[in-house]
Design a protein around this ligand. Structure first.
Ligand code: AMP
Ligand code: GLY
Length: 468
C-alpha cells in the first residue's frame, strides 16, 4: 500500500472516532490539483473548505490558486513524467485533475502506479472524451439512448459520396481533442456541400484532433445543457444542471469560445428541461458507465454530459471526462457535503447515493480580454477589488492571468470569473453584475448570461419546438 493511501486511511479512521469538527481533522491530507483555470480555482476552494493542503501543478500563475496552495509546480500540465514524481516527493495523498489533456496522456494511470489515487479516469476510460468515434460506437453497441445518427470517415472518397447523396444538415467533428473548437455545424460554420468537403479534407490533411478521422452527425436542434456527475466506476452522483454559453457575443452570436459563462437554477434543473428529460439524460450516462465497467475499463472521475434537449427528448452531444469550465463554478460553491470526503469515496468506489447542494441559483460570468474569440489582447491591466466583490456575496475565481508585482494582466485566454449566488436566478444575475462593477480595466464580459428575459426566450423556444 502506498504512503498516500495509508495516510488517507488514517485520516478517515481518526474522522470516525472523533465526534468533533469533521472539517479540521483531515488537515494533513495533501491534494495535487492539476490545472490553472477558473475551474481549478473552484476545485481548490472546495478542497480548502474541507481542510486539504494543496499541491498545484499549472501552466500559469493563477493568483487565487497560488495563494491557496502549499507548493506550486509551474509548467506544462501534460508533463506526466514531471508532475507525478513531484507530487510523490511532496507527499500527495490524492489528486484531482482539472483538464482533459493530461488525462488523455495517462496521468491518472501514472498517479495510481505511484500510489496516489486520482479523481480522473484512466487513459482507457478517458476515451469517452478523447475519441468521439469510440463513444458513438459504444452507445450503438450497448443500445444506449440519446444517440444521434452518425457516420465515421477516414478517407475523402466515401465522404464525397455521402455528401453528394445527403439532403439534410449535418455537423463535422474531428474524433480527437480540439479544445472545443473543432466541431463545425451546418448553417453556423459552413453552408454548402463544397465547404463541408473542404473541412473534411482539412481534418484529414492536417490531422485536426490528432488523427485523420472525423465523424459526421445529424444536426440536432434544441437547447443545450450540462449534467456533471461524480462517478466511482459504478455509481453516478449527479450535480445541478447548468447551461454554458459558448458563443463569444451577446445573443449567442460570434465565434465559439471555451465558454463565456453559465447559470444554474435553485431547483437544480433548468426551466426548459422537464423531469423526464433529466431522467433520460442521466439514464444515458448511467448506461454508459455500466458499459465501461463491462468492458473492463471502469470510469472513475467526473463525467460531464453535454446534452441537447431536442423536440424528441435529450440527445448526447459529447462526453467530457472532467469538471466543466465554467459550469464547475456553478456547482462547487453550493456543494454542502464535504468535497474531500466525496473525492476519497470516489477513488475507493464507495460514493454515497447523492450529494447535497444548497437550493440556490448561480450565475457565472467570465471576464475575458477584448477580442477574445478572434484576436484577444494580452497584457492589459485588470484591477480587481477583491474585498468589494466579497462584500457583494459573489465568488471570484481567477483563470489565465499573469500576476506581475502584485498586478493582474490579461493573457490570450479567459481572465477571471465572478459567480452570483442567490435564492433565484434574477437575484443571482444581479449579484454577478454588482461584482463585475468591481473589476476595472479593458476587458469584455457577456452581460446577458442568466438574465431572466434571456432565459425566458430559451423556455419559449423549447416550447415552440415541442409544439411545432
Ligand atoms: P462537442 O465538442 O461535441 O460538444 O461540440 C461542440 C458544440 O458543437 C456543441 O456544444 C454543440 O453546440 C455543437 N454540436 C455538436 N454536435 C452537434 C450535433 N450533432 N448537432 C448540433 N450541434 C452539435
Ligand atoms: N463547458 C465547456 C467545457 O468545459 O468544455
Amino acid at each position: 500500500m502506498g504512503r498516500g493511501t495509508s495516510s488517507l486511511r488514517t485520516a478517515r479512521l481518526f474522522l470516525g472516532r472523533n465526534p468533533l469538527s469533521r472539517r479540521a481533522i483531515p488537515a494533513y491530507v495533501k491534494v495535487l490539483v492539476v490545472g490553472g483555470g477558473g475551474r481549478e480555482h473552484a476545485i481548490v476552494e472546495a478542497l480548502r473548505r474541507s481542510g486539504a493542503e494543496i499541491l498545484a501543478a499549472m501552466a500559469n500563475q493563477n493568483p487565487g490558486i497560488r495563494r491557496a496552495s502549499k507548493e506550486i509546480l509551474l509548467g506544462d500540465v501534460n508533463a506526466v513524467d514531471r508532475i507525478v514524481p513531484w507530487a510523490k516527493d511532496h507527499g500527495a495523498d490524492l489528486a484531482v485533475i482539472g483538464p482533459e489533456a493530461p488525462l488523455g496522456h495517462g496521468i491518472a494511470d501514472a498517479l495510481e502506479a505511484a500510489g496516489i489515487p486520482a479523481v480522473g479516469p484512466t487513459r482507457a476510460a478517458a476515451r469517452l472524451e478523447t475519441d468521439k468515434a469510440f463513444t458513438r460506437d459504444l452507445m450503438r453497441d450497448f443500445g444506449i439512448p440519446g444517440l444521434p445518427s452518425y457516420w465515421a470517415f477516414d478517407a475523402l472518397g466515401p465522404f464525397e459520396e455521402f455528401v453528394n447523396d445527403t439532403d439534410f444538415e449535418f455537423v463535422i467533428k474531428p474524433v480527437g481533442l480540439t479544445g472545443g473548437k473543432g466541431v463545425q455545424v451546418w448553417g453556423d460554420h459552413f453552408a454548402t456541400k463544397a465547404a463541408a468537403l473542404a473541412y473534411g479534407k482539412e481534418i484529414l490533411d492536417k490531422r485536426i484532433g490528432g488523427s485523420p478521422r472525423f465523424l459526421v452527425e445529424e444536426k440536432l436542434v434544441g437547447e443545450e445543457f450540462s449534467l456533471q456527475a461524480l462517478c466511482d466506476g459504478r455509481r453516478l452522483v449527479p450535480m445541478p444542471l447548468a447551461q454554458d454559453h459558448k458563443r463569444a457575443y451577446e445573443g449567442d452570436k460570434g465565434p465559439n469560445t471555451g465558454g463565456m459563462g453559465s447559470y444554474s437554477d435553485a431547483d437544480h434543473r433548468l426551466p426548459f428541461v422537464s423531469k423526464s428529460d433529466y431522467e433520460q439524460a442521466l439514464g444515458t450516462m448511467e448506461k454508459t458507465v455500466e458499459a465501461m465497467a463491462s468492458l473492463g475499463t471502469p470510469f472513475k472521475g467526473v463525467l460531464y454530459g453535454g446534452h441537447m434537449n431536442t423536440r424528441d427528448g435529450p440527445r448526447l452531444l459529447e462526453y467530457n471526462v472532467r469538471f466543466a469550465d465554467p459550469e464547475s463554478m456553478n456547482v462547487l460553491p453550493i456543494l454542502e457535503d464535504d468535497f474531500l470526503d466525496l473525492c476519497v469515496r470516489l477513488t475507493e468506489g464507495r460514493l454515497p447515493s447523492a450529494a447535497r447542494f444548497a437550493a440556490k441559483a448561480t450565475v457565472c460570468k467570465y471576464v475575458v480580454p477584448t477580442g477574445y474569440g478572434t484576436h484577444p489582447k494580452a497584457g492589459e491591466l485588470l484591477k480587481v477589488d477583491e474585498e468589494s466583490i466579497r462584500r457583494t456575496g459573489a465568488r471570484l475565481y481567477y483563470a489565465s492571468v499573469d500576476e506581475r508585482r502584485g498586478h493582474v494582466h490579461t493573457t490570450t485566454s479567459r481572465s477571471l470569473a465572478v459567480v452570483g449566488i442567490a435564492e433565484n436566478l434574477e437575484k443571482a444575475e444581479s449579484v454577478s453584475e454588482e461584482a463585475l462593477a468591481f473589476v476595472s480595466g479593458t476587458f469584455y464580459a457577456r452581460r446577458d448570461i442568466g438574465k431572466p428575459e434571456v432565459v425566458g426566450q430559451k423556455v419559449e423556444r423549447m416550447r415552440r419546438l415541442r409544439e411545432g
